[in-house]
Design a protein around this ligand. Structure first.
Ligand code: SF4
Length: 734
């Protein structure tokens, strides 16, 4: 299959009769038809370019999507969309969508079938599996939790506890730690902060448009922004200081910051006395973690660590260590302890529940449609062991351990796999290992396009309608960035489906009919939505017109206290707990303490492989979009980054092709040689290395970091440890 290049792009445009600078997806007639004078309807809805779900207005002209702009009220967008948001709306006309249900008839062959045939065959196979092996042999996997409300009904009906998300590659350490230590998750109040320390979190790469606005406004006001990251990431461009740290050692940096705050008595003694439990246990475990100790591990000078701790203390409580997640929460053997140490630093600064420090997200209590529920069935233990007695007792069952599913298929414990809006072959470790999923008796993928998981493993592909072609239930607008006033928004259907596709609820209803579960899906999304907004005193019609509505402030500052005047966090002591009892009970340390990364580069040609987002891509999801891939091409976006000194030692120059190899794979890629990367690592952007021949724009462009990564499970939170891999790099491709 051809690789995507500017020439291919233009050839494609020419072949379809498209105008060179205009969208590939509009042929000339369609373009002229859409462009002619016609009224424009602006429909408010929610973006799907990443998980932020920013509010957007979509312009519709002659029944076609024309363009999008940011919703001015919506907290995440505040009138702006990122490049991904603008680009992704065009995917509605992407020729690489799955246009109707498909059935696999060979290794690389599918045939179109009707929805009725698909429901019938899938329903029969599913119930045979449930009869023979029990509901416990069925797994539902999805990216986030959007499908959960419907998946849960199906899983309850067949008696399966196996709901699994992708979060093991994302933020499971954070979500495991914060409820146990703080009883909730807190977010940086960037707008009102005077000092922001970002470690391994790149707001300008994994963009939230209004998140960046807030950071920049704080900077204009005089706030200091310090970015600690092995790579000079996009946020570092805006920072007062960029401090390159040895990847995998953030925990040592945090423990040394705590050491300075405690030994120099810079911490908020009052806050700790009143609101913290387990301080002494933490200190006994970490009193030797001096800045000099940390310097040897992190490569950050001891004096710099002292300086940061002192500056933060001087600005506290309007100072915080950003609680975000990327590098901190799924990538290392010590990611859970990093997340714990993050809580400790912020508590020592006494910034919790304070303006300019950390605040909870505002949210609204939504109603629920009264529906019949399937009769309770005995469910066996979760097949991945998450939250069950055994090695993964502390892993959140609501997240699960997706990287274990291929192994469980191989062992005969999983017989049926439903994969909704999720592409583990691209986002999970070791694609060849992930392909074992195809050996299950039934594999059903519910995607938009021909992603790798659908192409290489699915027995049936049931195409979901594009996000502009379907309505979804309303959502609270919160998380990531704080805001005192809660908002509600919803995803509206903007245009009719272009192809023979269906919403997830319609797909579940079709399947339910075949397995005798119709009465549990006997409702519409409109009915669900109306019931959800009812307690707010609004109607769906009002929300439909506005797209996003804001309510009076609900977030209160000040530490939560009971009527008896005692700290009342949702933790066993009501206080911030530096020591987690459930970790101790399962044989782990209760307090964070130093754990080295699992693997370290040692030889001259060895590097830790690290990875991350680019501002114009959402990992693989946008990599089949020609407009966003054109940006990649313009900026050499597929190139790996390598430190200039290390490159010189290996005789590698900027733009050279190199061979990157681990025990699993050997791949070639061009390199950007730069001083803006820690010498110990090589960085690969996360958008590339597509290997679905039917997603032609992404196919064969760049490399996928997961090709090099073995399947691993961090035992406390279940993460994939996505940067615990050492690769060798050499010049040339032979
Ligand atoms: S950050 Fe960008 S891609 Fe993500 S939802 Fe917002 S506009 Fe869309």
């Amino acid at each position: 299959m051809p690789k995507f290049s500017r020439r291919t792009f233009l050839k494609m445009a020419a072949a379809t009769g498209a105008i060179g600078s205009m969208p590939v997806y509009l042929n000339r007639n369609k373009f002229l038809e859409a462009a002619e004078e016609a009224s424009i309807e602006k429909v408010p809805t929610l973006c799907n370019g990443c998980s932020n779900m920013c509010g957007m207005f979509v312009h519709v002209k002659n029944g076609r999507v024309w363009k999008a702009e940011g919703h001015p009220i919506h907290l995440k967008s505040r009138g702006r969309l990122c490049a991904r948001g603008h680009g992704t709306v065009a995917d509605i006309y992407n020729p690489h969508r799955v246009t109707q249900p498909m059935k696999r008839v060979g290794e690389d062959r599918f045939e179109p079938i009707t929805w009725e045939q698909a429901y019938q065959e899938i329903g029969q196979k599913l119930m045979k599996i449930v009869d023979e092996h029990g509901g416990n042999s069925v797994v539902w996997m999805e990216h986030g939790t959007r499908g959960k409300q419907y998946a849960d009904i199906l899983l309850d009906y067949i008696g399966s506890p196996n709901y699994i998300t992708h979060y093991a590659t994302c933020f499971t350490s954070k979500t495991n730690v914060w409820p146990k230590m703080v009883g909730t998750t807190l977010y940086g109040d960037h707008e009102n902060a005077d000092y922001m320390l970002f470690v391994g979190r790149n707001f300008a790469g994994g963009i939230i448009p209004n998140g960046m606005n807030k950071v920049l406004k704080a900077k204009e006001r005089g706030a200091k922004l310090v970015v600690v990251d092995p790579r000079h990431c996009e946020l570092a461009i805006q920072a007062d200081e960029w401090i390159p740290i040895r990847p995998g050692t953030d925990l040592a940096f945090f423990l040394a910051l705590a050491h300075v705050l405690i030994t120099e008595k810079l911490y908020d003694v009052q806050f700790v006395r009143q609101y913290v439990s387990g301080f002494d246990e933490f200190w006994q475990a970490n009193k030797n973690c001096t800045p000099e100790w940390a310097e040897k591990i992190t490569s950050v000078p001891a004096d710099k660590i002292r300086e940061i701790a002192r500056e933060m203390a001087a600005k506290a409580p309007r100072a915080f260590l950003e609680t975000g997640y990327h590098g901190l929460n799924a990538h290392y053997q010590n990611s859970v302890q990093q997340a714990q140490a993050n809580v400790v630093i912020n508590a020592l600064l006494g910034n919790m529940f304070k303006v300019g420090g950390l605040l909870p997200a505002a949210s609204l209590e939504l109603g629920q449609l009264d529906k019949p529920v399937p009769p309770a069935k005995e469910k066996g233990p979760r097949v991945d062991g998450a939250g069950e007695e055994g090695p993964y007792a502390t892993v959140e069952p609501g997240r699960g351990i997706p990287q274990l599913v291929p192994k469980l298929v191989d062992e005969g414990k999983v017989k049926a796999v439903f994969i909704y809006h999720y592409n583990p072959l691209r986002t999970g470790p070791d694609p060849e290992y992930q392909k074992k999923m195809k050996d299950a008796e039934l594999v059903v993928s519910i995607p938009i396009d021909w992603n790798e998981t659908s192409y290489h493993t699915a027995h049936y592909i049931l195409p979901e309608s594009f996000f502009l072609e379907r309505m979804e239930t309303p959502v609270n607008v919160n998380g990531h960035i704080t805001h005192l006033s809660p908002q509600i928004a919803y995803r509206a259907k903007v245009v009719e489906p272009v192809h023979d596709t269906r919403s997830l609820l319609e797909i579940m209803q079709g399947l339910a009919k075949e397995i005798g579960a119709s009465k549990y899906f006997d409702f519409t999304v409109e009915e669900e939505a109306e019931a959800m907004v009812a307690p707010l005193g609004i109607t769906m019609e009002e929300l439909r017109q506005a797209g996003c509505l804001e309510f009076p402030a609900t977030v209160k500052t000040g530490f939560p206290m009971s009527a008896l005047g005692k700290p009342s966090l949702a933790t066993p002591s009501g206080k911030v707990e530096f020591s987690v009892g459930v970790y101790k009970a399962n044989g782990f340390s209760g307090v964070p303490r130093w754990i080295a990364p699992k693997v370290m580069p040692e030889k001259d040609n060895e590097f830790r492989l690290i990875h991350g987002k680019q501002p114009w891509h959402s990992h693989h999801i946008t990599s089949n979009n020609p407009y966003l891939m054109a940006i990649s091409e313009t900026y050499n976006g597929t190139w790996a980054w390598m430190n200039s000194q290390r490159a010189k030692q290996l005789g590698i120059k900027n733009g050279d092709k190199v061979t990157i190899a681990s025990d699993l794979a050997q791949k070639q890629v061009q390199v950007k040689v730069t001083e803006l990367l820690h010498p110990d690592c090589i960085w690969i952007p996360s958008a590339y290395g597509g290997f679905s021949p039917k997603a032609e724009v992404a196919y064969g462009v760049g490399v996928n970091y997961n090709d090099f990564l073995p399947m691993q499970v961090e035992p406390i939170a279940g993460s994939v440890m996505g940067q615990e891999v050492i690769v060798t790099v050499r010049k040339g491709v032979n």
